[in-house]
Design a protein around this ligand. Structure first.
Ligand SMILES: NC(=O)c1ccc[n+]([C@@H]2O[C@H](COP(=O)([O-])OP(=O)(O)OC[C@H]3O[C@@H](n4cnc5c(N)ncnc54)[C@H](OP(=O)(O)O)[C@@H]3O)[C@@H](O)[C@H]2O)c1
Length: 332
């Protein structure tokens, strides 16, 4: 099979095409012919060398394809099933625990930039019916993170107001889930063209965060306070997110695009009685809930450009350009 690997110490120039043997599934395992993966900032951090990876690591956490073989004792999957990878194969459900996050494909273990992937059944769930492989792959990291933030932890309900930041994978899924639940959405972007596309997707209020540095205050004024913020900026955006929130509002701290460290506005958080939660993707059980909801509602992910497996470095260069809207795909 064809695989893409990463040489130490990382960097896009250190991605290379290689060949390997597909592994036969052992007891409790399935072998999957992978047809698509999609790019996340986390994958970029691995390939760019910001997260150290083992020599020759196969990157990418998202993977979707078709089951080709099942090992002994496998009852839940059969050859021909369309499946999606799980971000934490050992976090099947319940509360998170360090042992449940030891394996992350594409980071601490080989990932999905490979034509075949053989792993225990918990490394996969079924894919939503009618999804292409690229659509399915986009759910593993970005889709599940947005779902867990708003639904599993945020307990979002119809009629609430949700603020999403920028037009990356997580934020667009968050917009779609918020609309699916009958919520009002305020969306921000650095680009007025992208804001137009957000409007077409149903966003109710739009703010250019470059032109309006106090976008949190503006969001508060526009809506009379926000119930949920999907915080993908981190240190550089948190203060505005708090400004946007209502008393008792919920902020899901997900990303670091605007910095890793900063002052914590403790008095503001306390005064507004904000519920602030750190989110790292979600469990296999959360993924199954998300897939059930997607199927009932017919929601489809927003996909941007698609690349071939051997063009993986080019796909990451496109991500670096920031021109994308939704998910960048690799299909093979
Ligand atoms: N904790 C988790 O489980 C988890 C899971 C997935 C992702 N993440 C994190 O979430 C962040 C987004 O990931 P992604 O995969 O969705 O990234 P992505 O697809 O690469 O999204 C990048 C987009 O974010 C927007 N952005 C950048 N800086 C911003 C800022 N200061 N304020 C508002 N928007 C800004 C930009 O949108 P515009 O071009 O529209 O301005 C940009 O196009 C990353 O930090 C990533 O590490 C965390």
């Amino acid at each position: 099979m064809k695989v893409m690997r990463l040489r130490k110490p990382g960097g896009l120039e250190n991605l290379y095409l290689d060949e390997a043997d597909a592994r036969e599934p052992g007891p409790g395992e399935i072998q999957v012919r992978v047809h698509a993966t999609t790019l996340n900032y986390h994958d970029y951090a691995v390939v760019a060398g910001m997260i150290p990876a083992a020599e020759g690591r196969i990157p990418m956490s998202d993977g979707a394809g078709v089951v080709t073989k099942v090992g002994a004792e496998v009852k839940d999957f059969a050859p021909g099933d369309q499946v999606i990878s799980t971000f934490f194969p050992r976090w099947t459900g319940g509360d998170i625990h360090p042992s449940k996050r030891e394996i992350v494909p594409g980071d601490s273990a080989d990932g999905f930039a490979a034509e075949y992937h053989t792993a225990p059944i918990d490394a996969f769930t079924r894919a939503p019916q009618g999804y292409t492989h690229a659509e399915a792959a986009s759910l593993t990291c970005a889709g599940l993170t947005a779902w867990r933030a708003l639904v599993e932890e945020g307990k979002m309900r119809a009629g609430q107001t949700v603020l999403v930041q920028g037009t990356g994978g997580v934020s667009i899924f968050a917009l779609q889930f918020a609309k699916m639940f009958g919520c009002r959405v305020i969306a921000t972007s650095s680009s007025n063209d992208k804001l137009d596309r957000l409007r077409q997707m149903g966003a109710d209020h739009l703010i250019n965060y470059r032109e309006t540095p106090e976008w949190g205050k503006k969001a508060f004024e526009l809506t009379g306070a926000v119930d949920h913020v999907v915080e993908i900026g981190g240190a550089g955006t948190l203060e505005q997110s708090i400004a946007a929130c209502r008393q008792g509002g919920h902020i899901s701290l997900i990303g670091v695009l605007a910095g890793y460290k900063g002052e914590v506005p403790t008095a503001l958080i306390m005064g507004k009685q904000i519920r602030l939660i750190g989110i790292t993707v979600g469990s296999r059980e959360h993924q199954q809930h998300m897939i059930d909801a997607i199927e009932v509602n017919g929601m489809k992910p927003v996909l941007d450009k698609s690349f071939a497996l051997e063009e993986l470095a080019e796909a990451f260069r496109y991500q670096e350009s920031g021109k994308h809207f939704g998910k960048i795909c690799v299909e093979f």
